[in-house]
Design a protein around this ligand. Structure first.
Ligand SMILES: C[S@@+](CC[C@H](N)C(=O)[O-])C[C@H]1O[C@@H](n2cnc3c(N)ncnc32)[C@H](O)[C@@H]1O
Length: 223
């Protein structure tokens, strides 16, 4: 084999391995396997999943209901909030809500109200305050609660914020994108986040929303 061919083959092998390792860790929208839950004392406390069919698209409504049930009203940032439906629903419930997301996006024009069981229009004039920039720890200062659903590049930063400032954080993690650390080989991203938070002496309360797929949220706080 010529030196050049050997070099090319080595580069191809490296690329294939990189792709393989990335695909193994980045796709976490499917449910967290029972084996992962069983080996984490924190996650093992979760009840069985009570997933309702076709609810995944209503995850904002389900998270909104969970927050209203569990947390006192205050100033909330929806980090990586996308179009801002969760922030909008919280605003409607009397929260002071802001979206932090580097991509400017308009609110959806309608959503389903699960309590009334009907579609509700969002007026074109309705707005949510937005900070159009990537999340950075100093942005957390103006909020009591930071929520992050399927957000990119924020999960580890938000745990760091909870540890440094005592802010409450709610994560519903999904893919691993732009995070400063990756799980150890064979470790699930959910278990990695739980371990990371516990190592910072934070309290981690896992909970489930009843939709199919990765429906586990982590409520992370300091007391
Ligand atoms: C998969 S979307 C999730 C949107 C919404 N939260 C949801 O559950 O559908 C990821 C969002 O994270 C935003 N994002 C990417 N990098 C970010 C960063 N560094 N800080 C905050 N948001 C970020 C993207 O613009 C995008 O809106």
């Amino acid at each position: 084999m010529t030196k050049r061919k050997h070099k090319r083959e080595k580069a191809q092998l490296f690329q294939a391995l990189t792709r393989q390792s990335q695909s193994a860790v980045t796709h976490t929208e499917s449910p967290v396997p029972a084996s992962v839950l069983a080996t984490s004392p924190t996650l093992a406390t979760l009840p069985e999943s009570n997933e309702l069919p076709k609810m995944k698209k209503f995850r904002f409504q389900l998270m909104h209901e969970w927050i209203l049930r569990r947390l006192p009203k205050g100033r909330v940032a929806d980090v990586g909030g996308g179009k801002g439906l969760l922030a909008f629903l919280l605003q409607q419930s009397g929260w002071d809500a802001t979206v932090i997301d580097p991509v400017e996006q308009a609110l959806p024009s309608k959503y389903k109200d699960l309590t009334l069981n009907r579609r509700v229009k969002i007026a074109a004039t309705d707005t949510i305050p937005r900070l159009t920039q990537p999340f950075a720890p100093e942005l957390a200062d103006s909020f009591d609660l930071l929520v992050s659903m399927h957000a990119h590049g924020c999960n580890i930063q938000l745990i760091d914020v909870a540890a440094a400032s005592g802010k409450k954080v709610v994560l519903l993690p999904c893919c691993i994108i732009d995070e400063p650390l990756l799980p150890a080989p064979g470790q699930h991203w959910m278990a990695c986040l739980v371990e990371y938070a516990l190592a910072k002496n934070l309290v981690v309360e896992p909970f489930r929303l009843n939709f199919r797929g990765q429906n586990i949220g982590l409520y992370i706080h300091s007391e």
